[in-house]
Design a protein around this ligand. Structure first.
Ligand code: DHB
Ligand code: FE
Length: 279
């Protein structure tokens, strides 16, 4: 059977992608942001997963207010980088994994998660920035990637608990796939940030630290956090953290924390990143 060997979470800040693409990673503002991802680059070279399931949100690039799927899985053979207004990022096209993606769609839908099936989709910074942070600037991404998009842009997003349960269903799906492949699941977005309104720029280090601590130690407690608490404690865009709970739900109850990185500021957010291995 295929199995999930580890989970990785990371912010997906668009300005981080721009800093990388424009060769600014050594600048004093950006150096500490990128330094925290060196371990992940080494770790991925050691672990060499066969595929990545990448949980992210589209930011009105592939979707718009005309169509807002709550959960959508990319089943296409390839996904091109989206043009977010200043041309597509100069990064490789994502090679998908239609057989496994369709299998996850079937398994999760029969488990009563109403997953939207996507056969054509461009992928925006929510997906490409974390890949750049993990793999640098290669000519091709080192493995196949299944994009799984979550609506956290238009109210109502799914609850943290629903996301956590979806993670468990994804694990079940992977473990019933007839190959012995080793899969890494990634959750992106976060951490505390607010891009709009009077509290724009809001960051809550204490909330973020507790979230990282409990991601390792007590994910059941995180799954109980309400939308209102996310808005109050993590800012309006802090709701992106529910995507980290999909990743966490797909792991064992007990995990080993391999690496953690937390830095403020990076653009408008607290940048956060963690690597958790199943034990
Ligand atoms: C920023 C962060 C995000 O996660 C995002 O999707 C867009 C912008 C920011 O910090 O500017
Ligand atoms: Fe975002």
């Amino acid at each position: 059977m295929a199995h999930i060997i580890a989970g990785v979470a990371s912010s997906h800040i668009p300005a981080v992608g721009a800093a990388l693409d424009l060769g600014k990673t050594a600048e004093p503002y950006w150096q500490p942001v990128f330094a925290g991802y060196e371990r992940a680059k080494e770790w991925f070279k050691e672990v060499k997963p066969d595929a990545i399931i990448l949980i992210y949100n589209d930011h009105a690039s592939a979707f718009s207010l005309e169509m807002i799927p709550t959960f959508a899985i990319g089943c296409a053979p390839t996904f091109a980088p989206a043009d977010e207004g200043w041309g597509p990022r100069p990064v490789p096209t994502v090679e998908g994994y239609p057989e496994l993606a369709w299998h996850i769609a079937q398994s999760t839908i029969l488990d009563e998660f109403d997953m939207t099936i996507i056969n054509k989709m461009d992928v925006d910074h929510g997906l490409t920035v974390p890949l750049s942070l993990m793999f640098g600037q290669p000519t091709a991404w080192p493995c196949r990637v299944i994009p799984l998009a979550v609506n956290v842009v238009q109210y109502p997003p799914p609850t943290g608990n629903r996301c956590y349960q979806l993670g468990k269903a994804i694990r079940k799906a992977v473990e019933s796939f007839g190959s012995d492949e080793r899969i890494v699941i990634m959750g992106t977005g976060g951490m505390s940030h607010q891009l709009q309104g009077p509290r724009a720029g809001f960051i809550n280090k204490a909330f973020d630290k507790a979230f990282l601590d409990n991601l390792t130690k007590d994910p059941d407690a995180l799954a109980k956090i309400s939308h209102l608490t996310y808005v109050q404690e993590a800012g309006s865009e802090g709701i992106e953290l529910v995507m980290w709970l999909i990743m966490r739900g797909a792991l064992n109850q007990t995990v080993s924390e391999i690496h953690r990185h937390y830095h403020v500021p990076a653009s408008n957010t607290a940048v956060g990143h963690i690597i958790l291995e199943n034990i």
